[in-house]
Design a protein around this ligand. Sequence first.
Ligand SMILES: [Zn+2]
Length: 137
Amino acid sequence: MSSLGVGKEVLSLCNKCKLTLAHIIVTMKTDKVPHKVQCKTCNGTHSFKDATLEKIKKSGSRRVTKKKTGPAVADLWQAAVNDPTKEHHKYSPRTAFHEGDVIEHPTFGAGLIEKLIDHDKIQVIFRSDIKTLIHNK
Ligand SMILES: [Zn+2]
């Protein structure tokens, strides 16, 4: 591309046409940056606006929408374990448990039964881990 200068064409954002259009450079700010430009479409003269810069600004300011996350697993565990209405069942692989039950495991401590995976398997949330245990044997 030929270097910019007075009388040359340049793409600029036109504030009247609201579009990136060919403009004729009227005056230069520096050797490489146009100052005033004249729109070839509406013949209006205005300051040069770099279309590429405008685009970058727009995409940069676009808001990133945060995904709403459900309550964290740790919060669920905390709430269930500290719920005074919940009975803490002693864990045994022979006992049949239900979803939402709170168990006391000899090794892992208090756990909340998140779901029944199978008729003999449960998924249990412990303080720092989620484990699959057997039940109803
Ligand atoms: Zn224009």
